[in-house]
Write a protein that binds this ligand. Structure first.
Ligand code: GLY
Length: 356
């Protein structure tokens, strides 16, 4: 079993192991005795993992409640959040109780936000069940739901007390959902680690599975290092948004039919190509390398939306600052830079990135 410490104000561990979900109770923080656990999950995850997690929490004396959402991004809504909060109130939840997010990124994000706002904040734990949520959304305390204007527009920073990830849960993911996580792992490689990037270029899903605890802990350590320098996203943490400005727009334009990882994959390729064409990065070699890694895992490198559609959606993105926008550009594999550009340049990058 591996543990990666996330050194934020209230530090916590990401626990990565095999067949550990039925030991979830053991990993609960020892500093406090909780009475009730509110497990939020979805209809895909419920039949596979709820029982082992629930029983393990009952074993340590918790009364377990569950709340089941339909799987998919559309569950990350204000309406779904309100129903959760009303249900917690109806069942008498208070600050001696705890929320457990059991599922992928959607579940982690909405559960974290419920924990952040209920009674102005109660404790919660993340139990991610997808590759993507294990290496990204479960770590770092960003919680959110979507508004009609865009993704993650309503949210709060709220760190979990622990993250428990069972690598065995990856066995039940279809190839598309697994590749979603691979897109985020490729992002970490481009940001900070040429060696991780190389593994992702060379290995297929089955070979990656053999070294999954190592891959997950490397990604989580990279994220942890960035988050510990900038918990509240004022500077360096924005590097984690590589591919996300265009990625979020692709997701939104598709009505969330295109999954997060695939949209980020296309977002990384489009922004890198556009920036290379405009001379904002030195050459096309970084673009070629990123495309090679993405194609290895059958991830997209472009999308069918027009430059206007993507640009209009970017305008409502929360990363926009007045007439400028912060974007992340790779300088080389293993090093990226934040750059403030005008909206006009953003449009040109999108147009050039989508062309051809
Ligand atoms: N997913 C980007 C972040 O946590 O900052």
């Amino acid at each position: 079993m591996k543990r990666v410490k996330i050194m934020v104000d209230q530090e916590y561990d990401v626990i990565i192991g095999e067949n550990i979900l039925n030991r979830s109770g053991e990993f609960m923080p020892k500093s406090k005795i909780y009475n009730k656990a509110y497990i939020i999950t979805d209809d895909n995850v419920l039949p596979i993992y709820f029982e082992s997690v629930g029983k393990s929490l009952e074993k340590i004396g918790l009364k377990v409640f569950k709340h089941i959402l339909p799987n998919g991004e559309l569950s990350k809504s204000v309406q779904a959040l309100k129903i959760i909060l009303e249900d917690m109130a109806e069942n008498g939840f208070d600050r001696e109780d705890i929320v457990i997010a059991l599922g992928g990124g959607v579940i982690g994000d909405i559960s974290g936000l419920a924990a952040a706002v209920y009674l102005r904040g109660i404790d919660y734990i993340q139990i991610p069940t997808t590759f993507l949520s294990a290496i990204d959304s479960s770590v770092g305390g960003k919680t959110a739901v979507n508004l009609e204007h865009g993704k993650n527009l309503m949210g709060a920073f709220k760190q979990p007390l622990a993250v428990i990830f069972d690598v065995v849960s990856l066995n039940t993911l279809n190839d598309e959902i697994f590749a979603d996580g691979t897109a985020e792992a490729i992002k970490y490689g481009v940001l900070k680690s040429p060696s991780l990037f190389k593994k992702l270029c060379n290995f297929s899903r089955s070979s990656l599975m053999e070294i999954m605890p190592e891959i997950v802990s490397e990604c989580v350590a990279i994220k942890g290092e960035i988050v510990s320098c900038d918990e509240f996203d004022r500077g360096e943490r924005q590097l984690l948004n590589f591919g996300h400005t265009i990625g979020h727009s692709i997701e939104k334009c598709s009505g969330y039919a295109i999954t997060h990882g695939r949209a980020v994959a296309a977002g990384m390729a489009v922004i890198t190509k556009g920036a290379a064409k405009l001379g904002l990065i030195p050459n096309f070699s970084i673009y070629d390398q990123i495309c090679e890694a993405l194609k290895r895992h059958e991830l997209p490198i472009k999308c069918d939306f027009s430059a206007c559609e993507i640009y209009n959606s970017v305008l409502s993105d929360k990363k926009r600052k007045s007439e400028n926008i912060n974007i992340v550009l790779p300088a080389e594999i293993g090093r990226c830079e934040l750059k403030k550009i005008s909206l006009e340049t953003m449009y040109s990058i999108i147009k050039e990135g989508l062309d051809g």
